[in-house]
Design a protein around this ligand. Structure first.
Ligand SMILES: [Zn+2]
Ligand SMILES: [Zn+2]
Ligand SMILES: [Zn+2]
Ligand SMILES: [Zn+2]
Length: 469
């Protein structure tokens, strides 16, 4: 055992010498020296100059979560921990709120890696089970954010692409199909090319007004393909299919190229998960509708849609979508075919059938609520309580020099714990800030006050409440 340890350190040092990696080398070298108790390794590392100019990868910087915890004035950690929590919430909130044209009618194929690489236990309990759980979360969030979109799920197992669920707008079907995979386990090598070709075939009939996307969860470091994958990538570019990848082990060159070429040079859609939380974040980030780039897609076109209302029947009748007996459902507004759930494409005439609430739920992507700003102590005396939840705010400090502190602290939180809406200038706490931006997508203060100019402007002021936010 000791021998093998020493062997390992020797190769490690060679590697460090060859690449001249400064910081990680020191960390690894120090660990090795401690394990063997030898001073040789340490002196070797000490003689190496730090390659500061060299660009370091993210994984080379080791961050310890306990490094930024410092004792508060009262000697406890509670104030620091509360501050860290607030900083985390704030960081999550600060998104780009520029209104952009986005494709809210999406057609997306989720590809799951079901190969033997997914049996690794670096994500608990295994990569396989964790990715299935997050895939279910993804499906729920996807339909919450994109109610008028379609989703399909594929898997990569044993060099083949397997169909898990077909392209449809019903989240229950997908979650059931993914749930059944739990009994199985990862097997063989994945084939990116087979899976991409199958997604291409599935997205072939997607109408031109919608987006075509593929999201891949990729745990392996290889792809076992029957042909030239670069040709497949070229076909994907021709078909305007965008691919984003969430890696679980390390960056893979072909995935990087795949993302870059199918997203007009944007590599931001390829992420490698650092831990399970990051994995979830990366996967759920893809539920936000993509920005439209091509002029053809940005050109406005009219799309026919039906808005049927729910009807209740005394006797059960067959629905056209599943051929099952149901009491009640929705009748297509064009051909009166009965379907049991919305949104759906009418099986008889192909009309898109949705509820108006589905459209309203997609609305906030196009007109996002603006980020709220930190309030300096000088302006803080205006409020004593959060406008929304009435939680009391801390009082402004007595010392004048503290009063002139900048509004934003080093961690990005507000110095006075207040956040102000830029339109109505009311103050909110961080929790209400998070709730309004992530769930409500509206400012409660703006919604509850009618701007003066609007009252005289009868019809517009009454029927257009969304425009205020
Ligand atoms: Zn049905
Ligand atoms: Zn119809
Ligand atoms: Zn509040
Ligand atoms: Zn407001």
């Amino acid at each position: 055992m000791a021998d093998s340890d020493e062997d390992y350190i020797a190769t490690d040092d060679e590697e460090i010498g060859a690449h001249n990696i400064s910081k990680s080398g020191r960390h690894r070298g120090a660990g090795g020296a401690a394990a063997t108790g030898g001073s040789g390794a340490r002196s070797k590392n000490g003689s190496k100059p730090g390659g500061g100019a060299q660009k370091r990868e993210r994984w080379e910087d080791i961050k310890r979560s306990w490094d930024n915890v410092v004792e508060g004035e009262d000697g406890s950690l509670s104030s620091t921990v509360a501050g860290l929590l607030e900083a985390g919430k704030r960081k999550r909130l600060l998104k780009d709120t520029t209104p952009l044209q986005r494709g809210i009618i999406r057609h997306l194929i989720l590809i799951l890696d079901l190969s033997s690489a997914m049996m690794e236990k670096d994500f608990r309990p295994t990569r396989y089970l964790l990715s299935l759980r997050y895939a279910c979360d993804f499906v729920r969030e996807y339909f919450e954010q994109n109610p008028i979109s379609q989703l399909g799920v594929l898997g990569m197992r044993d060099g083949l692409a397997v169909r898990i669920s077909d392209l449809s707008g019903n989240p229950v079907d997908h979650i059931e199909a993914i749930g059944k995979l739990r009994l199985d386990e990862g097997k063989g090598a994945p084939s990116l090319q087979n899976a991409l070709e199958m997604s291409r075939a599935a997205l072939f009939h997607a109408p031109s007004h919608g987006t075509r996307e593929v999201v891949i969860v990729f745990g392996a470091l290889l792809s076992s393909d029957p042909g030239d994958i670069h040709q497949t990538i070229s076909h994907l570019v021709e078909d305007k299919i965008r691919v984003s990848v969430v890696g679980l082990s390390a960056q893979v060159a072909v995935c990087r190229e795949l993302c870059k070429r199918t997203n007009a040079g944007d590599e931001g859609v390829y992420g490698v998960a650092l831990d399970d939380k990051h994995f979830r974040e990366l996967l759920l980030d893809t539920t936000i509708p993509p920005v439209t780039r091509s002029a053809k897609m940005s050109a406005s076109s009219l799309l026919m849609m039906g808005f049927p209302s729910r009807m209740v029947e005394k006797t059960a009748s067959l629905c056209a979508c599943h051929s099952t007996l149901t009491k009640g459902g929705y009748l297509c507004s064009r051909c009166s075919t009965k379907v049991c759930a919305l949104p759906m494409e009418c099986p008889a005439c192909g009309l898109t059938l949705i509820l108006s609430t589905h459209l309203a739920r997609s609305y906030h992507h196009l007109f996002p609520l603006k980020n709220w700003v930190e309030v300096p102590w000088k302006a803080a005396s205006k409020s004593t309580h959060c406008y929304a939840c009435q939680i009391p705010f801390p009082h402004p400090p007595a010392k004048p020099e503290e009063l002139s502190a900048p509004a934003k602290t080093a961690t990005g939180t507000s110095v006075s714990s207040r956040y102000a809406c830029t339109i109505c200038h009311n103050h909110f706490c961080i929790d209400c800030d998070v709730f309004c931006h992530e769930t409500l997508y509206n400012c409660p203060a703006c919604q509850s006050s009618v701007p003066k100019g609007r009252i005289s402007n009868g019809a517009r002021g009454r029927s257009d409440p969304m425009e205020v936010g």
